[in-house]
Design a binder for this molecule. Sequence first.
Ligand SMILES: NC(=O)c1ccc[n+]([C@@H]2O[C@H](COP(=O)([O-])OP(=O)(O)OC[C@H]3O[C@@H](n4cnc5c(N)ncnc54)[C@H](OP(=O)(O)O)[C@@H]3O)[C@@H](O)[C@H]2O)c1
Length: 276
Amino acid sequence: MNITVFGMGIIGSRCADNWQQAGETVTRWNRTPKELSDFVADAAEAARTSDVLSFYLKDAQALRSVFEQIRPVLGTRHLLMNHSTIDLPTTLWLAEQCAAIGCAFVDAPFTGSKIAATDGKLMYYLAGADAAVARAEKILTPTASAMIPMGACGNATVIKLATNLIAACQIQALSEALGLSLAHGISKEAFEQVITQHGTASALAKMKLPGMLTGDFDTHFSLDNMRKDSVYALEFAQQMGLSLPAMSTVSRRMTELCQEGLAAQDYTALASPYLS
Ligand SMILES: NC(=O)c1ccc[n+]([C@@H]2O[C@H](COP(=O)([O-])OP(=O)(O)OC[C@H]3O[C@@H](n4cnc5c(N)ncnc54)[C@H](OP(=O)(O)O)[C@@H]3O)[C@@H](O)[C@H]2O)c1
């Protein structure tokens, strides 16, 4: 199989490695050129090289921009899989554009961060036509520990935004609880002991708490990427006539912290105002 991976950020670079280790022929593309032996700088040329095109780009704007660059070379042999977290209108637009060209498209975002990507253990949500999803499942295996079929195109995008809403609000809640406890003089050790045994101790809380306690915000998933996902969720909620008060507040907080210079840090930097 020939596969081109678009986006050599935290996740795309690791998935490309996993496909290569599984024996696939990989081509890598990134907006900012990289010195890699399998790197192709021209997006259209990178798309021409492979039948399978896999996208781990930052946002909807990046997807639309790269799609326009590769559009002239797309054909019926191609399968496009979008793994970037984007907004619903862009997912539906991509599906429409691919249908018009005659290439297959799978709405395929994922959960799992730097470590899961390194270990080939991402969990994907797969939406689209059955045949395309079945093809995607086989291809994604070296990068995945689980794949959940989601039905019609767009469903995977929405469930991804919904789960990130939980993650962002949970980390904000954890940060506020930490702040309150530290302000009263409760030790970090005691806080950790309580939280990791408490009913609210999710896998996410257990994974993220050690870094939050020490102020280690090494980036697994950036604050700016979580912020943009909150914007997509809020835009979608507005279209649906839904109010998301917790997400609105956390989104504003993330925007402020990004403006204060924390955009590239892990989104657990939501705890930073409570550590000083
Ligand atoms: N990290 C996670 O834990 C995680 C988990 C679930 C979902 N996701 C989603 O997966 C996607 C990738 O995540 P990541 O953590 O790998 O992101 P990342 O490290 O921030 O990498 C983003 C990538 O997008 C490229 N890019 C940004 N703007 C672009 C543009 N206008 N045109 C073309 N390329 C552009 C960047 O290229 P440059 O090098 O040129 O900047 C880079 O390759 C994002 O949508 C993210 O929300 C991430």
